[in-house]
Design a protein around this ligand. Structure first.
Ligand SMILES: *Cc1c(COP(=O)(O)O)cnc(C)c1O
Length: 345
């Protein structure tokens, strides 16, 4: 088995000790299934405490389900959802948002990075108002974005205000939400409902859990029927405690934030070592736990020959993502290899 650490994605990591510990603690006794157990209510309460809000909380198996079902809850089948051309919902969910909403169309803004602007939202939501166009009903933003960037709080507030004005809901894909909190040093509440976000998908997998994403509805009325939606989509775990208990471990111990801080630190550490090297440049500002490196194809080939695995699906650059378990010595080794491979040009 090849156990060498790779930074191909932040889902290469296993479970962090806090999640694992809670999973073991939950593996005791016979408990009521389908989320009626104590672990699940404790996890939901931990979210309410963290977000300082009496929100509705649901746990599903993965991010594709979380995003798709959350968006479906906001839309009728004739509605549409505005997103960036880099958005995971558009590029990496195999049409699930359209499928689970029975056809709500994604309206894609051709953005330069993965960040949507107020102008993008205005343009796509006001360019047509006739009955032949799928009526815009929601905007989805990813925080941090697929390109490793952050929306500032004021950018989120501006987008939310624009949404209100135009009669749109604001959904946040937070598959790496913890990394955004760690990077901006703000509270989860400030980044979401206080800024005007209606629904958040909070990622557990990339934060150090085995499985499970939380869907948070800050306006409880929007969650009406969401339990049925989850069940119908095959996302209602009968042994729900194993999806919820690890969240108790993550939130009550503070591991969610520690893990994210560590991952962000590793990304900065790699970026600092390679920036300014001839033949290497950063494609996007490094603001969370991802680093995107632009280099000649021959350089990337050599890097692969050194044994590093990475994706190039965003603009042909090499993407490196860091998780809770990233080993600093391995980060430094990657930096040294990048420098060597670029220098050999
Ligand atoms: C990883 C990821 C998801 C969730 O993906 P799943 O594989 O379905 O769990 C959602 N959004 C973004 C931006 C992601 O990177």
């Amino acid at each position: 088995m090849n156990t060498r650490q790779q930074f191909t994605s932040d889902n290469y990591a296993g479970m962090c000790p806090e999640a694992w510990q809670a999973m073991m603690q939950a593996n005791v006794g016979s408990l009521i299934p389908y989320g009626e157990d104590e672990w699940t209510s404790r996890a939901a309460d931990a979210f309410r405490a963290l977000f300082e809000k009496e929100c509705e909380v649901f746990f599903v198996f993965n991010g594709t389900a979380a995003n798709s079902l959350a968006l479906a809850a906001l839309c009728q089948s004739y509605n549409s959802v505005i997103c960036s051309s880099y958005a995971h919902v558009e590029t990496d969910e195999c049409g699930a948002p359209e499928f689970f909403s029975n056809g709500s169309k994604l309206l894609v803004a051709r953005t330069e990075s993965a960040k949507l602007t107020e102008q993008d939202v205005r343009l796509l939501s006001t360019c047509r108002s006739d009955i032949h166009y799928p009526k815009p009903r929601a905007v989805t933003i990813t925080q941090p974005t697929e390109t490793g960037e952050l929306y500032s709080l004021s950018e989120i507030r501006t987008l939310a205000q624009t949404c209100r004005e135009l009669g749109l809901y604001l959904h946040m894909d937070g598959s790496r939400f913890a990394n955004a909190c760690a990077a901006l040093g703000c509270t989860p509440a400030d980044m979401t409902w206080r800024a005007g976000v209606d629904v958040l998908c909070f990622g557990g997998t990339k934060n150090g859990m085995a499985v499970s994403e939380a869907v948070l509805f800050f306006d409880r009325a929007l969650a009406d029927g969401f339990d049925y939606r989850c069940k119908q989509a095959g996302q209602l775990a009968s042994k729900m405690r194993f999806l919820s208990a690890p969240w108790v471990g993550m939130l009550e111990s503070g591991a969610w934030l520690r893990n994210a801080r560590h991952a962000n630190t590793c990304a900065r550490r790699l970026a600092e070592q390679v920036v300014g090297q001839p033949g290497v440049s950063l494609m996007f500002p490094v603001q969370a736990n991802g680093v995107f490196i632009h280099a000649q194809p021959a350089v990337l080939e050599r890097l692969r020959a050194c044994g590093w695995r990475f994706y190039t699906f965003i603009g042909g650059g090499a993407r490196f993502m860091f998780a809770w378990d990233a080993d600093m010595a391995e980060v430094d080794r990657l930096a040294a290899d990048i420098k060597a491979c670029a220098g050999a040009a």
